[in-house]
Design a protein around this ligand. Structure first.
Ligand code: SDX
Length: 431
């Protein structure tokens, strides 16, 4: 017996039984609901897709009310404690944790695709001295498409794997080049003897020493932060990755588009905005005044709120714990005290409680990045690097999904009906 949704159309008295599966209806089944036989048929209207499933997926599960996040069924808390970023990237893409042999092949493949074409330096040097690192990253990721035309073979499994090695391997290199360009330092090549996060720290912070030695606490903290940021189901940037990929464009230009979406201050750009907000507040005693501005609707409390989480973002809890470990090495960041006071007040205030606004992944991460020595405008790159594995996992799932085709939403047209062209001499101010 199939579950159905019974609909009565009061315009015609028509009765419809729409099949329900996985708790949803296929909105194409609404098209049979018409007034006149030649009508287009009923559509769903859902601006910003607040209540629309764009796909079926088996990668990431979120329960926003319970504050649950799982990658391929594994709780984020266990992965953060027991796994590594490259192992989690394998899990997201392949669906299972790797065996020792699979892991060695995966890590070898990624490690040996971390170098960038030397021409990258030429156009990286072309950016203005104070170019935002995300602008440089988005452009350079797109440029990978020009170096690797074989990436267009999106239906070829071996070709897809090679692009995954390249993308996951080169994201830290691109981010590091952008950072070094921003700081006016020479570029540093990857060090294949170091871990993924260790080699990244090397490319960022190596100066005149012959061999960079990453601080193991910071190296581990960065790897856990990468795990926490790796995927988050159908968020804005992932939807862009799937959308661009649905036209069969290559995965590099799709990733560039996804990174561009992540750059926005309401999405991954929030970690940068949190730091600017905390610096603007300046001290704990100024927090109440700022909260009043938020409640007046003048400003957003950056790093708070979420489309899905109506409870504490589980990633924020873990990041808060990481902060203490990092500060033992770097020294305590005073901004943490302001952030903790903001959280304390907000979690007691009806304005935030009524709207179910809790700290999200971006609220504490920026404080850690600043303590680790990153400039504020480099923070969103640190989100984009690990999210590349989530984007590519979602992209591949879309490519292999027989139900998927080019993304092309409809619209509710409210504009003018047919009208004739008006010569210029007869046009008035009101058109
Ligand atoms: C990420 O989707 C993902 O999974 C994203 C992400 C991922 O891993 O990919 O989790 C990463 O992007 C985290 C979010 C980072 N962004 C921020 O921290 C920016 C600040 N947050 C807001 O912009 C907002 O909370 C959003 C964009 C995150 C969510 O917005 P929604 O779901 O569209 O919610 P909304 O704007 O409809 O807000 C509901 C109410 C509104 O008040 P009323 O109109 O009902 O009076 O809550 C208010 C909003 O004004 N509100 C806030 C607020 N967030 C929502 N008020 C003050 N400060 C905030 N941060």
């Amino acid at each position: 017996m199939t579950d159905t949704l019974s609909i009565t159309d009061s315009r015609t008295g028509g009765q419809y039984d729409i099949p329900i599966s996985d708790g949803t209806i296929n909105t194409m089944d609404l098209r049979q609901i018409k007034v006149l036989d030649d009508d287009f048929g009923m559509m769903g209207y859902d601006p910003a897709f607040k209540n629309t499933a764009s796909c079926q997926s088996r990668i990431t599960f979120i329960d926003g009310d319970k504050g649950i996040l799982r990658y391929r069924g594994y709780p984020i808390e266990q992965l953060a404690e027991k796994s590594s970023y490259l192992e989690v990237a394998y899990l997201l893409i392949h669906g299972e944790l790797p065996t020792r042999a699979q892991s060695e092949e995966w890590v070898h493949g990624i490690t040996h695709h971390t170098m960038l074409h030397e021409n990258t330096k030429k156009f990286m040097d072309g950016f203005h001295h104070d170019a935002h690192p995300m602008g440089m990253l988005v452009s350079t990721v797109a440029a990978l498409s020009t170096f690797y035309p074989d990436s267009k073979a999106i239906q070829d499994e071996d070709a897809r794997r090679l692009q995954m090695y390249r993308l996951i391997g080169k994201m830290p290199s691109i981010a590091a080049y952008a950072y070094r360009r921003r700081m006016g330092f020479p570029y540093v090549y990857p060090d294949n003897e170091l871990s993924y996060s260790g080699s990244f720290l090397n490319m960022l912070f190596k100066m005149t020493e012959l061999k960079y030695k990453p601080n193991p606490v910071l190296e581990k903290a960065l790897d856990v932060l990468f795990i926490l940021h790796a995927d988050h189901e159908q968020n804005c940037s992932t939807s862009v990755m799937r959308g661009i990929g649905s036209s069969q464009a290559d995965p590099f230009v799709a990733t560039a588009g996804a990174a561009a979406a992540l750059y926005g201050p309401l999405h991954g750009g929030a970690n940068e905005q949190v730091l600017r907000m905390l610096n603007e507040i300046g001290s704990k005693d100024k927090v109440p005044d700022f909260i009043q501005r938020v409640k007046a609707g003048d400003v957003l409390l950056m790093g708070f709120g979420h489309r899905v989480y109506k409870n504490y973002d589980p990633r924020a809890k873990i990041i808060k714990e990481i902060a203490e470990q990092v500060f033992e090495v770097t020294g305590r960041n005073e901004l943490l005290d302001i952030a903790l006071e903001l959280e304390r007040i907000a979690l007691e205030d009806d304005y935030f409680v009524d709207r179910k606004l809790y700290p999200n992944v971006d609220f504490y991460s920026g404080i850690i990045y600043q303590a680790m020595g990153f400039p504020t405008d480099a923070f969103t790159m640190l989100f984009a690097i690990p999210r590349a594995s989530g984007w590519i996992a979602q992209w591949q799932e879309m490519i292999l999904d027989p139900e998927q085709k080019i993304a092309r939403p409809r619209q509710v047209y409210l504009g003018h009906d047919k009208r004739d062209f008006v010569p210029e001499d007869r046009r008035g101010e009101d058109g």
